[in-house]
Design a binder for this molecule. Structure first.
Ligand code: NAD
Length: 248
């Protein structure tokens, strides 16, 4: 069954990893996909072809989610190309890990800007459209680290915890207009982002997970499809973990 037939989604940072997984699952469910990327033009073009093979409309936009004016311009362009937006997935994120002792102001600001300010930028830019439609699903990708913290990731944890506070507030502000805002907190998902970690660290993570494996982008994408679809029409303001039981 196609759960997102004729809906339109905007996904930030979708040329690889979790964002790409979300784009593909949405396309399989009949959703037209507008996605952003930072630099990788070739990967963006490959993704467009892959998405179009599912008989949906697909388009990539080079746009920096951390820049307010880019986000605003992006939503205007998507509306011109797709005429409506039903779902926003705030996925773009980076890490710049270090112990507080060595963490620079630049590394703190960069992570907050890309991971948290981007969520404000994009949500604010799409708000008017959702209000007019009296419909919209906002999905923000946080992390289990935003719930429990992690040594060496104070900047990243702060950005991901901030997303949770932001989303809950927006759920309260916009619920009466049938606009839903939910957070997904992935645990350890094996993507290019986690490829930076040593095999030893990865093994330690896997062993600490009750389901004894890292997650896949599809594991996160499946929950995204649910939160984007009308199956979740009475769910808002929530934080849902996709973590193999890690935080149990
Ligand atoms: P990734 O590094 O593979 O992908 C991140 C994507 O974001 C890339 O496509 C990148 O180009 C894009 N991006 C980065 N900065 C951007 C910017 N300023 N504007 C637009 N796009 C930008 O990472 P991933 O593992 O796929 O992570 C996706 C999201 O999931 C991130 O928010 C991340 O924090 C979160 N997350 C990942 C894990 C994990 O284990 N992989 C766990 C919890 C949460």
């Amino acid at each position: 069954m196609k759960l997102l037939k004729d809906k339109n989604v905007v996904i930030t940072g979708a040329t690889r990893g979790i964002g790409k997984g979300i784009a593909i699952e949405f396309a399989k469910h009949g959703c037209n996909v507008a996605f952003t990327y930072s630099k990788s033009v070739d990967q963006a073009n490959d993704l467009i072809k892959e998405l179009e093979s599912y008989k949906v409309q697909a388009r990539g936009y080079q746009s920096d989610a951390s820049v307010f004016l880019h986000a605003d311009g992006l939503i205007k362009s998507v509306l011109m190309d797709f005429s409506k937006i039903d779902i926003l997935v705030n996925n773009a994120g980076i890490t710049k890990d270090n112990l507080l002792m060595r963490l620079t102001e630049q590394d703190f600001d960069d992570v907050i800007n890309v991971n948290l300010k981007s969520v404000f930028n994009m949500t604010k830019a799409v708000q008017k459209t959702f209000l007019k439609q009296r419909y919209g699903s906002l999905i923000h990708i946080s992390s289990v680290v935003g719930i429990k913290g992690n040594a060496g990731q104070s900047n990243y944890s702060a950005s991901k915890a901030g997303i949770i506070g932001f989303s809950k507030s927006i759920a309260l502000e916009l619920g009466s207009r049938n606009i839903r805002s939910n957070v997904i907190a992935p645990g350890f998902i094996e993507t290019e982002m986690t490829e930076k970690l040593s095999e030893e660290v990865v093994e330690k993570w896997r062993n600490a997970i009750p389901l004894k494996r890292g997650g896949t982008p599809e594991d996160v994408a499946n929950l995204c499809v649910f939160l984007a679809s009308d199956l979740s029409s009475y769910i808002t303001g929530q934080v849902l973990n996709v973590d193999g039981g890690m935080l149990t």
